[in-house]
Design a protein around this ligand. Structure first.
Ligand SMILES: NC(=O)c1ccc[n+]([C@@H]2O[C@H](COP(=O)([O-])OP(=O)(O)OC[C@H]3O[C@@H](n4cnc5c(N)ncnc54)[C@H](O)[C@@H]3O)[C@@H](O)[C@H]2O)c1
Ligand SMILES: C[N+](C)(C)CC=O
Length: 489
């Protein structure tokens, strides 16, 4: 399989003819080659998006018609659910059931934003000036650069593509260079759904060339990025070039607060899912458990007992519960953090190494790992590992739990488990995070906004704010009885 970029309605190889092998992280086999672009390709894609936006046809297409096209994309994704899920599993190693769930979420995101397309038209304002009218209208921002990570390749792309199209923008998408397959396939569905040439452009290649061009280019009006905090900072700097609008969805180190009065089985089950789902390669992973002192030993025993049985394997096998890490490089990063944790004095209660099973030797597998006796000042507690590594700390009171949970540069998500709902709501109100779950972990859906406080990001995706991000507001004031001012006579 060889996949190309999509620029100005044409499928093209890279200007310099470069290609990249795409690797299955389960067995290191080459599953596809893709065109490997650089700044030149990104420049062409941006020019096509700029010209198309400035021609005005897409922005002035009636919003309900744009909505119909976006709806059709959602319908086509549902129709190609299995094929897209298989590609996602091949590319990321995640289980088929995770990929199928992702495809359902992705289709829902397109259908949701399709429905919003003609419902954010603006508002009439009661003008305080006699004989005048005042209205605030919403318009597309213009050309949007969109950059996505490897952990949820198509899902993170959908959160950007659907609202940008619904709001009448043109765009250039750059997926992670290591997981582009589903995004390329969806651009073929865009064509089928009737997205006009030049409206949605796809460039493939490394971040420091293609992505950097999108961030710097004065022809781009908005840059929307999902990825790591260090890259986010570079993009923010580059975006200052032309003061472009900026949306950042960055990392997290998400606390999971377990009170002693929580339903024990539910809390254990959810804590495992929070930390080890998708091998912990989730921005909102509950990698930091805070458990009430009196419950600590029983809770840790249960976590270790269950986590050691998590079945690692091929994402296509029905009994696999967790796939590999994404790459050799990423596994080394996880291993580095395990060493750091041990040097910091955390106690290794489980894992801390690669699995020994023969069938797992080709892939980038790492065992579910649990550290106890952790404290908030440790790097293993403060920094995002983005792997199957869970730290456990204790707390003495609700106030102590909130203080520790908020002691972080991040503010993406967190959870609280207790049967005392008043206590849960009180804690939730004090957590400085974009999402707080009560007696659950991980739910997200198209209707509710997603994003981070503090250094977890800027702006929101999904929900109405996810569409507003892709619009500018304009106040149009009209004097109904214009008369000379006779001021400077
Ligand atoms: N907040 C969220 O909703 C959310 C969701 C998913 C992932 N993430 C975060 O993503 C990170 C993991 O993803 P990753 O390793 O792919 O992140 P990354 O920052 O390494 O890469 C993300 C994207 O940025 C591109 N990029 C790299 N350098 C660039 C540059 N100088 N200029 C422009 N683009 C550049 C990459 O090519 C890739 O497409 C984690 O930190 C995770 O928390 C956040
Ligand atoms: C935003 N989410 C949870 C879908 C993926 C984060 O990595």
């Amino acid at each position: 399989m060889h996949l190309q970029m999509y620029i100005d309605g044409q499928w093209v190889d890279a200007v310099d003819g470069q290609k990249r092998d795409i690797i299955n992280p389960y067995n290191r086999e080459v599953i596809a080659t893709v065109a490997e672009g650089n700044e030149k390709d990104a420049k062409e894609a941006v020019s096509a998006a700029r010209r198309t936006f400035d021609e005005g046809t897409w922005a002035t297409t009636p919003a309900n018609e744009r909505g119909e096209i976006v709806h059709e994309i959602g319908r086509l994704i549902r129709a190609h659910r299995e094929e897209l899920a298989e590609l996602e599993t091949l590319d990321t190693g995640k289980t088929m059931s995770e990929s199928l769930d992702d495809m359902d979420d992705i289709a829902n995101v397109f259908i949701y934003f399709a429905g919003l397309a003609d419902k954010e038209g603006g508002e009439l304002i009661e003008s305080p000036i006699p004989d005048s009218t005042s209205k605030v209208v919403r318009e597309p921002v213009g050309v949007c650069g969109q950059i996505t990570p490897w952990n949820y390749p198509l899902l993170q792309a959908a959160w950007k593509l659907a609202p940008a199209l619904a709001a009448g923008n043109t765009l250039v998408m750059k997926p992670s260079e290591i997981t582009p397959l589903t995004t390329v396939k969806v651009f073929a569905l865009f064509e089928q759904a009737g997205v006009p040439a030049g409206v949605a452009n796809l460039v493939l290649g490394p971040g420091h060339t293609t992505g950097a061009h999108l961030s710097e280019s004065p022809e781009v009006d908005l840059i929307s990025f999902t990825g790591g905090i260090d890259t986010g900072k570079k993009i923010m700097q580059a975006a200052s070039n032309n003061v472009k609008k900026l949306a950042l969805e960055l990392g997290g180190k998400n606390p999971n607060i377990i009170f002693a009065d929580a339903d024990f089985d539910v809390a254990v089950d959810q804590a495992l899912n929070a930390a080890f789902f998708h091998a912990g390669q989730v921005c909102s992973a509950g990698a930091r458990v805070l458990v009430e002192e009196s419950m600590h030993d029983a809770f840790v025993d249960a976590l270790v007992d269950r986590a050691k049985n998590i079945k690692l394997g091929n994402g296509f096998s029905e009994d696999t519960q967790s796939g590999p890490l994404i790459s050799a490089e990423h596994r080394e990063k996880v291993e580095k953090y395990v060493t750091i944790a041990q040097e910091e004095g955390a106690t290794l209660a489980l894992g801390g190494k690669r699995p020994e099973a023969e069938e797992l030797q080709k892939g980038f597998f790492y065992l579910p790992t649990i550290f106890t006796h952790c404290t908030a000042d440790m790097r293993i507690v403060q920094e995002e590992v983005f792997g199957p590594v869970l730290t456990v700390e204790t707390f003495a009171s609700a106030e102590d739990a909130v203080t520790k949970a908020n002691d972080s540069i991040y503010g993406l998500a967190g959870a609280v488990f207790t049967k005392d709902i008043a206590k849960a709501e009180n804690v939730a109100a004090q957590l400085r995070m974009g999402t707080v779950w009560i007696n659950d972990f991980h739910p997200y859906f198209a209707q509710a906004s997603w994003g981070g406080y503090k250094q977890s990001g800027i702006g929101r995706e999904l929900g109405r704010p996810g569409l507003e991000e892709y619009t500018e507001t304009k106040h149009v004031f009209r004097n109904i009885k214009p008369e000379p001012l006779e001021w400077f006579k």
